[in-house]
Write a protein that binds this ligand. Structure first.
Ligand code: UGA
Length: 397
């Protein structure tokens, strides 16, 4: 990092790190103790992954406390950025055992791929602490941002983060069911969501149907919230339904691919070759964690399909040849399509819109595409004589 080499794909981050290093405002040191020694504010931003048993793994959060306990400057504020269960600030205060250090919660709402933009242009900044003074100390760091500032108690700040991500998941599952209904009744999900989005009470964002929501946050946070509700003796039925719908969505997309690209036999995908466009959980990131694409691809592979995939963020040079079991990764979208009984688009990379569909039609064995994001222009495909099957919309064949 000290050389300015950013190993994750994140828009504008390499430039930001480079500018920080060049100006001397950003330095990297080894060891958390060394980093916090002279700080007035310390941000803990470590990961809180889901452990095997479905609980949040707080090992890294706790390890930070133990590592910095004796190094913190008296009067400094320790801020948790990580997504942590409600009550963590209180627990960390006890674990830290330093009455001269306040603990605050400052959840982040950044999306992977656009985190620098989201940080500089937040919809709101939330800072929660038991001490108003500590919260105001943290809030002052954001003074230059043009964003509403909310100072809350620590538990509310922690809950806001989960409540936001779970709301988004519920919204997406709702849209995915409306899309399924559209297919049954002959309606068009694009027209429905456009009209829904014009209602400012609903809002136009997060209304795109897809192969299901994934990534390292929404799946983990919905499960954690469900558990937290259970512990509080609340049956969060709506959230459980959203999670169930998300599982169903992956199955539904798998069935659609089998129906559109498979044979008429009892094992429609057995020995069928499929080309795949996109494996990351969304465009703009190289993250495969909990990607609906990889889950569906593995299921297709289990059903006997041979999958060859192209993703702009996964080159065969930088990644192991088979980061997804059963899927061969290639460096060229036309190579992925070559000889395939159909093409499946999982990730909405903008460049997929500009593919040469005439060339694609020529290399495909069967000129058909299942577009799980309604990302492509069906008319451009029709011109190239490729049948298009979207989600929640009539096919264009
Ligand atoms: C999510 C939240 O959006 C951020 O606000 C939050 O800070 C972050 O989690 C986190 O907790 O750290 P992220 O995981 O980067 O961000 O991904 P999103 O952009 O929210 O997308 C999540 C999933 O929903 C993806 O699989 C995406 O493809 C899907 N999605 C999103 C749709 O299917 N349709 C949409 O209209 C929007």
């Amino acid at each position: 990092m000290s050389r300015g080499e950013v190993t994750i794909r994140e828009e504008s981050l390499p430039e930001l790190v480079r500018a920080g290093l060049d100006s001397g405002l950003l330095t990297f040191v080894l060891g958390a103790g060394e980093a916090v020694r002279e700080a007035d504010t310390v941000f803990s931003c470590v990961g809180t992954p889901m452990s095997q048993d479905g609980d949040l793994d707080m090992t890294a959060v706790d390890a930070v406390i133990d590592e910095i306990r004796d190094r913190l400057r008296p009067g400094c504020v320790l801020v948790t950025k990580s997504t942590v269960p409600v009550g963590t600030a209180a627990r960390l205060t006890r674990r830290l055992g330093r009455p001269d250090v306040q603990v605050a919660s400052n959840p982040e709402f950044l999306r992977e791929g656009t985190s620098v933009h989201d940080f500089l242009h937040p919809d709101r900044v939330v800072v929660g602490a038991e001490s108003r003074e500590a919260a105001e100390h943290v809030a002052a760091l954001y003074a230059k941002l043009d964003a509403p500032m909310m100072i809350t108690d620590a538990a509310s700040a922690e809950l806001i983060k989960y409540a936001a991500n779970c709301f988004l998941a519920v919204k997406l599952s709702y849209v995915n069911v409306i899309a399924e209904l559209c297919e049954r009744v002959g309606a068009d999900i694009g027209q429905v969501t456009t009209a829904l989005g014009k209602d400012h009470r609903i809002g136009g964002a997060f209304l795109r149907p897809g192969p299901g929501w994934g990534g390292s946050c929404l799946p983990k946070d919905t499960r954690a919230m469900l558990r937290a509700a259970e512990s509080a003796d609340i049956d969060f039925r709506m959230l459980r339904a959203a999670i169930d719908v998300n599982v169903h969505q992956r199955e539904r997309i798998t069935d659609k691919i089998a129906r559109v690209c498979g044979t008429d036999s009892a094992a429609p995908l057995d020995g069928v070759r499929l080309g795949v466009l996109g494996l990351t959980f969304k465009a703009g990131t190289d993250d495969l964690r909990d990607s609906p694409a990889t889950a569906i691809a593995q299921e297709l592979s289990r059903l006997g399909a041979e999958l060859v995939a192209y993703d702009p963020a996964l080159s065969t040079g930088s990644h192991p040849p088979e980061p997804v079991p059963g899927v061969t990764i290639v460096d060229d979208p036309y190579q992925a399509a070559k000889g395939a009984a159909g093409l499946v688009l999982f990730t909405e990379w903008p460049e997929f819109r500009d593919l040469d569909w005439g060339r694609m039609a020529a290399v495909l064995d069967r000129a058909v595409i299942v577009d799980t994001r309604n990302h492509l222009d069906p008319e451009a495909l029709r011109t190239a004589r490729i049948a298009w099957h979207g989600v929640g919309v009539r096919p264009v064949v």
